[in-house]
Design a protein around this ligand. Structure first.
Ligand SMILES: [Zn+2]
Ligand SMILES: [Zn+2]
Ligand SMILES: [Zn+2]
Length: 289
C-alpha cells in the first residue's frame, strides 16, 4: 500500500497496485502549477487506486482541452486526477510524486519536456532527456505564449490561467531548492525552487485578491499562496525577515544566473537522487534559519 496526501491533509488517497513510468516533467504547465523547476509524475493502476478522503475539496482547472489539473482547494497541493469510467488511457492514474507518504518503489526513468525547461535550472543527472514526450508515448506539445514585455528591467511572473500576474523589480538574490517534507507536499514535487527578493521588489500586476492563503496550523511559520482558479503557486510576501519567496516556476522571464543552494537534503524523497555540485545542506544553510 502506498499512501499520499496534500499538505493540509484534507485530501488523501491510497494505491495497492504497481507503480511505473516515473518521470520529471519540465513543461511550462507543470512548472507553473507546482511553482517549481519541474514536477515528478508516477503512474499506478486505476483499479487499485482509492480516494480515502477529501474528494469534495478537490478543485479542478482545465489546463488544455479535456485535461484537468487537480489541487486541494484549501492548501493548493496538486493531487491526482482520477479518470472517469471508460476514459481513454483511464486504466492509469498519474500521481504527483511529491505528495506520496510512502516510497512507491520505482525511480525516475527520464526527464520529459526538456525542450520547455526553465532557463534558470540545470539538469545534473544522467537520466535520458526528451524534448517532449518519450518516443512511443503520444500527445500534443503545447508551449505557452509569452506575454509582451511590459517594463524594461522587470521580471514577469504569472499563474497558469493568467488571473494572477506580478513583476519583480530586481533580480532575485538567491535560488533555494528545499527538500523538506512540507515543501515537497506544498509543491507536490521533489523539492520547491524559491527565488528570494525584498518586500518592496514584488509588485502585483493583477489578481492579488485572487490568491488563496493557507497557513499550516501545526507549523510556526509555513504556508502557501496559490491562484484560486488554477492552483498555481504564487509569491508569498509578509514574512518577518522582509524576504519574499517567489515560486521559480511562476516566472515568465529568465532571471539569469543566480546563486543556488539545496537545503533539507536530509529529508529528501527516497525516490529522488541529488546530483550536481551546488552547496547542499542536511537542514538549513549555516547562518540561516
Ligand atoms: Zn490540502
Ligand atoms: Zn508537465
Ligand atoms: Zn491562475
Amino acid at each position: 500500500m502506498v499512501r499520499g496526501s496534500c499538505l493540509c491533509g484534507d485530501v488523501a488517497w491510497e494505491a495497492t497496485g504497481q507503480f511505473d513510468l516515473m518521470s520529471h516533467c519540465h513543461c511550462s504547465m507543470c512548472r507553473k502549477t507546482h511553482g517549481t523547476a519541474f514536477a515528478t509524475w508516477v503512474a499506478t493502476e486505476t483499479s487499485g487506486f482509492r480516494m480515502v478522503r477529501g474528494g469534495d475539496g478537490v478543485a479542478r482547472y482545465e489546463s488544455s482541452p479535456g485535461f484537468q489539473r487537480c489541487f486541494c482547494a484549501r492548501c493548493g497541493s496538486s493531487v491526482p486526477r482520477v479518470p472517469g469510467d471508460g476514459e481513454p488511457g483511464g486504466e492509469r492514474v498519474f500521481v504527483p510524486a511529491g505528495c506520496l507518504d510512502d516510497d512507491p518503489g520505482v525511480r525516475p526513468l527520464s526527464h520529459i519536456f526538456v525542450g520547455s525547461k526553465a532557463p534558470w535550472f540545470a539538469i545534473s543527472d544522467d537520466l535520458p532527456r526528451f524534448d517532449a514526450y518519450p518516443p512511443g508515448i503520444g500527445g500534443e506539445v503545447k508551449r505557452g505564449a509569452r506575454a509582451p514585455a511590459i517594463r524594461e528591467g522587470a521580471l514577469r511572473g504569472s499563474c497558469l490561467c493568467g488571473a494572477v500576474a506580478f513583476e519583480l523589480d530586481a533580480k532575485p538574490a538567491l535560488l533555494v531548492h528545499c527538500h523538506c517534507s512540507r515543501c515537497r507536499k506544498a509543491r507536490a514535487a521533489a523539492h520547491n525552487s524559491n527565488m528570494f527578493v525584498r518586500e518592496g521588489e514584488l509588485r502585483w500586476v493583477r489578481g492579488e485578491d485572487h490568491v488563496t492563503q493557507f497557513e499550516l496550523p501545526e507549523a510556526d511559520v509555513f504556508g502557501t499562496r496559490f491562484c484560486s482558479t488554477c492552483g498555481s503557486m504564487t509569491p508569498r510576501p509578509g514574512e518577518q525577515s522582509g524576504a519574499v519567496p517567489v515560486s521559480g516556476g511562476a516566472l515568465d522571464d529568465d532571471p539569469g544566473d543566480l546563486p543556488v543552494i539545496r537545503i533539507f537534503c536530509g529529508s529528501k524523497a527516497p525516490w529522488f537522487e541529488i546530483t550536481g555540485d551546488q552547496p547542499a545542506f542536511d537542514a538549513y544553510a549555516p547562518g540561516r534559519s
